[in-house]
Design a protein around this ligand. Structure first.
Ligand SMILES: O=C(O)CCC(=O)C(=O)O
Ligand SMILES: [Fe+2]
Length: 295
């Protein structure tokens, strides 16, 4: 039977990256306290108590999904900046971009009777245009409740990031992300995975999904609408930058202030919207280097 490797929260980033390279999935146990788990539960409860069920087989008719977690939950804001995860995301994605961004936030509650989700690779959201040698995603699922095989723990196929597109796993190659609440599953955009079936009579499996992507890709969840400037102004500069209110490299993601009749704020970093003193990418230090990178 396939297994997902479990490591503890003291494991070095290098060790975690080694397992991610080999399997494309790893569980880090007991990363956050039970108080932090309770805070997540209470932030999410008002939304998960609504009838937010999926609308098709993929999203699941007995599965609830709640987004906009940075706008809606202080506890999720903290999770998004968890130092261990941020370090892994930074290093894992580093070969493919000069930065990374929060790409997707969702609380996913799989209810009793849900059937297993089709196995897929999350990188498919970009429609198959990305070359396979580019790894676009380092994703997390934080266990808010316990994850068991019976209640819908995520199915994963360790090593399938290296498989040909056509290869399908047999049952012995599928592992389940069984973990205690407070633990986190790290997995990449190229691994075959899917939600598990919930065969229990009354247990609900809830995870908080926070996915990190290369900064030159379009985000799956539009962070500027899910967390508009009126809310983003409450966030730290670091978190605002992480969700996309920042520039990637020289010009990626700049804006010009449409309300500025004096045209003083042209082609500036989004951070300018919150602090007029912080445009640090104003000038091009080395034009030749930029030209070199484009060819
Ligand atoms: O709920 C899960 O465990 C996985 C869900 C998933 O992979 C997805 O919706 O893309
Ligand atoms: Fe997925």
């Amino acid at each position: 039977m396939a297994e997902i490797i479990h490591l503890d929260a003291e494991t070095t980033i290098d060790e975690i990256l080694k397992v991610l390279d080999q399997d494309a999935a790893v569980i880090i146990e007991n990363v956050i306290s039970m108080d932090a788990v309770e805070a997540l539960k209470s932030d999410l409860a008002p939304y998960l108590s609504k009838e937010a069920f999926g609308r098709d087989e993929f999203t699941g008719f007995s599965t609830k999904r709640i987004g906009a977690l940075i706008a809606r939950s202080n506890a999720c804001r903290e999770l998004a900046l968890n130092p261990l995860v941020i370090n892994v995301a930074e290093q894992y994605l580093n070969p493919f971009a000069d930065g990374y961004q929060l790409h997707f936030t969702s609380a996913v509650s799989i209810g009793p009777g849900e059937t297993k989700q089709v196995l897929h690779r999350d990188r498919g959201i970009w429609g198959g245009y990305l070359p396979r040698q580019v790894e676009p995603l380092m994703s997390t699922i934080w266990a808010v409740t316990k994850f068991t095989k019976e209640n819908g723990a995520t199915q994963l196929v360790p090593g399938s990031h290296k498989w040909d597109k056509e290869r399908k796993p047999d049952d012995t190659e599928i592992a389940y992300a069984e973990m205690n609440s407070g633990s986190v599953l790290l997995y990449t955009g190229s691994i075959l995975h899917g939600g598990g079936a919930n065969k229990t009579a009354s247990e609900i499996r809830t995870g908080v999904f926070l996915h990190y992507a290369l900064n030159w890709l379009r985000q799956e969840e539009n962070q500027y609408l899910s967390c508009p400037p009126s809310i983003a102004k409450e966030l730290s500069t670091e978190l605002r930058s992480l969700i996309g209110y920042s520039k990637g490299g020289y010009v990626l993601g700049f804006y010009s202030d449409p309300y500025d009749d004096e045209a003083k704020f042209e082609s500036v970093s989004p951070e300018n919207m919150f602090s007029k003193a912080t445009d640090s990418f104003d000038s091009l230090p080395n034009p030749e280097e930029l030209v070199d990178k484009t060819s």
